[in-house]
Design a protein around this ligand. Sequence first.
Ligand code: HEM
Length: 416
Amino acid sequence: MNVETSVGNEQFRVERPAHVPEEAVVEIDYHLFGGAADPRLKPGMAYQEAWKEIQDSDGPDMRWTPFNGGHWIPMKGDLINEVLQNPDRFSSKYIALPKEVGELYDFIPLTLDPPEQTPYRAILNPLLSHKVVRPKEAPVRALAADLIEGFMDKGECDYVRDFANILPVATFHELVGLPEEEREELRKLATSGDQTKPESVELMLEKIEGYLRPHLKRRREEPGTDLFSGLLHSNVGDRPITDDEAMHMCKQLFVAGFHTTASSMTYAMYQMSKEKALRDDIASDLPNVRFKVEELLRRFAMVSIPRTATRDTTLGGQEIKEGDPILLPLILHNMDESIYPDPMKIDFKRRGALQAGFGRGAHKCPGSVLGIVEISVALQEWLKRIPDFEIANKDDVVMAGGGVARIDRLPLRWDV
Ligand code: HEM
């Protein structure tokens, strides 16, 4: 099957290098792909279906796009795994493309490869463990309930604006102990950078640092029991962490957990608003909803992660040159039918391979416990109060592509 040509930002388009076969070329600007600006997105389709069309189209397992500085896109789950499990061959030095944007990110641990990355993960893992997250569940639940009760009697809401964009920011506040009145400012800050413009990303990162600095200073002087205090008073190997390192880690935490969690819950709600059987199935056993969340995360994975070849190598039989960027849309792993039979189907009885929406290998998401708690609580509190709902107007749903693809607007309605 052939697929139509998409649109893309021409600024970082490059010529096809000699080692890229012509039949591998596919015109994909991942910042736009699967979003409203992409003509490939037919009515009723979401980002995940758009990728599935590419995966099922004729062409080699290793595709290459001229957008965003030119990069490879492996189509198969085993190739995505191979990249993620071999950081010595594929570095995470640039966590966004084009490289002009990627090099602005100085996040720790994401931009470091093992073994350099390892001691920072050793700091982070206990700070986001079950033990730390469990006591946060009750306040997150109370907030979710409050938000829903605020609009329940109206019979309508924009799920993204009124719920999904608020809960993860508020949860982060809970974890870090930031002032409540700063929530909205934080949400705006974390979502402000235009990922295709280096100057916009630079400004966003500067502003985040400016915001965080006094909060970190205060916790350095008067440590509390929150996440930032824990970070600031930890050791990297056998020496205390520096203020600079702590800032790089806090910036990473600040950005990592918002869009991903908001987007995951929104795709789940989008599908539930279209499928009554799915709503009923999830509502039928709310206490155990978290076991179903993994399958929802598999079906609606929406993070694409870049890696860069550290040396000349091969991948899927294709020659890769040192410095070649590779983009890994994790949904391509989760929709590979050789790993997940009938992959488009949401099947809560599915067993076997773990889904890859949280990544794989050394950088696998340390916030997964928290993310799953938030999504579970969001579904439980919603379905308890509003078991039946639908999309108010299909034309008003706004899809968006990007490193974290999302739905920007999801107007829902229900009977009151
Ligand atoms: C459903 C929600 C979430 C999804 C789908 C998600 C997805 C991911 C993915 C795919 C990665 C790997 C990136 C890579 O290898 O390049 C990652 C890393 C990371 N995530 Fe999450 N994430 C979620 C929630 C969170 C939350 C709530 C937090 C913390 C508050 C968080 C913190 C991080 C951090 C710090 C890393 C970097 C880890 C490292 O480099 O070692 N994430 N996440």
